[in-house]
Design a protein around this ligand. Structure first.
Ligand code: HEC
Length: 135
């Protein structure tokens, strides 16, 4: 018979372990998919450059990923148009971020179009995920 505090500790460790594995796994799975599409290898530096680059879009105002996600990804962001609060993107600050491949792809599509005026390539998405994983 395991004592109660021990049981709770075990349960917490299992929960923590699962969350961590899922986040890294999701990124690895997506990058494997992009590699299958002919992209790679992926670099943190290319991802950072793209993430921080400013684009001139149709309205003439500069756009960047940080416009909504903020410059420090460990903090909450704020949607530049709607004012909606965006949870921190950094895995180090938010265990829920970057855990669902479907959600990541959906937002990649929408945000790359808004920010760059086009979809991101598999190479760009893989690079950005490498960068985000280090935050
Ligand atoms: C106009 C505002 C805006 C801009 C600019 C923006 N995003 Fe986002 N992004 C959002 C919102 C809103 C979410 C959804 C947040 C949520 O539901 O937790 C999101 C979520 C994401 C997610 C999914 C996060 C997760 O935890 O699954 C990724 C990946 C992402 N954005 C990438 C980018 C990239 C790459 C750029 C630049 C090319 C960018 N975003 C620029 C608003 C923006």
């Amino acid at each position: 018979m395991i004592k109660k505090p021990m049981k709770i500790t075990c349960l917490l460790l299992i929960l923590l372990g699962t969350a961590t594995v899922t986040q890294a796994d999701t990124i690895a799975d997506l990058q494997a998919k992009y590699t299958g599409e002919g992209a790679g290898p992926f670099t943190t530096e290319s991802g950072r450059v793209l993430w921080q680059s400013e684009q001139q879009n149709s309205d003439g105002k500069p756009r960047s990923c940080g416009a909504c996600h903020g410059s420090d990804l460990r903090l909450t962001g704020k949607h530049v148009v709607t004012g909606k609060i965006i949870e921190p993107m950094a895995p180090s600050a938010n265990r829920q971020s970057l855990t669902e491949a479907g959600k990541i792809e959906k937002w990649f599509k929408r945000n790359c179009k808004w920010t760059l005026g086009r979809e991101c390539s598999p190479q760009e998405k893989g690079d950005i995920l490498s960068y985000l994983a280090t935050q």
